[in-house]
Design a binder for this molecule. Sequence first.
Ligand SMILES: C[S@@+](CC[C@H](N)C(=O)[O-])C[C@H]1O[C@@H](n2cnc3c(N)ncnc32)[C@H](O)[C@@H]1O
Length: 218
Amino acid sequence: MDGHSRRRIARLYQGSLQRGYVLGKLASDPVYAAVAARVDGSPLPLLDIGCGIGLLGHYLHAQGHDRPYLGLDHDPRKIAAGQRAVQRAGLDAVMRLHQADAADLPSLQGHVALLDVLHYLPAARQPVLLRDAARHLSPQGWLILRNVLREANWRFHATRVEEFFLRASGWIPGGAQHYPSADEVRAPLEQAGLEVRIEPLRGRTPFNSYLVVARHRR
Ligand SMILES: C[S@@+](CC[C@H](N)C(=O)[O-])C[C@H]1O[C@@H](n2cnc3c(N)ncnc32)[C@H](O)[C@@H]1O
């Protein structure tokens, strides 16, 4: 994404702190481009679980994707900031954001994104959410998930330090609950009939992040 589009999206948000966060995130995090690459050319709607302030929807729209986007997040402040940005962009017809817990997914079927959300749920809820996400996939839909995975390496420890500061800052109340292993992500998805691929996706960060893409077996 070019600098002009990044600045245009950042201006949709309020305050220099949030605008700075948006600019930095869009410039440095490869995850939105990874989602765009999967859903490119597909007319299916996209359900973004734990959408935060809705950046994925703006990224996709700026890249020319005009499929319906529905983001949900349980944090009312993020949803309010995201809804304001959607209105300012005049994108109410294609982008909707609403406040809900991930346990309460709408009936939409299509592609599903779950970016950096899973570890905020307790261990017992994670396979339930993964199976729910699988149920929201259309036959042609992609589940695109990014998460830090539990591994014995320095990247995993760097992630835990970052999460400590995120929680202390109040950006993510409650903080991380359980970092899943690769097998803990893979097993419920395979049981739901999906084929699953897991690969590192770290960009320029020190964090132990992986991209998981899954779809119905052909
Ligand atoms: C690190 S942010 C990622 C935001 C967004 N997915 C992105 O990549 O730009 C994690 C988000 O998950 C949300 N979240 C955590 N637990 C949730 C739950 N149980 N239900 C809905 N949203 C949740 C948080 O409020 C936060 O906005």
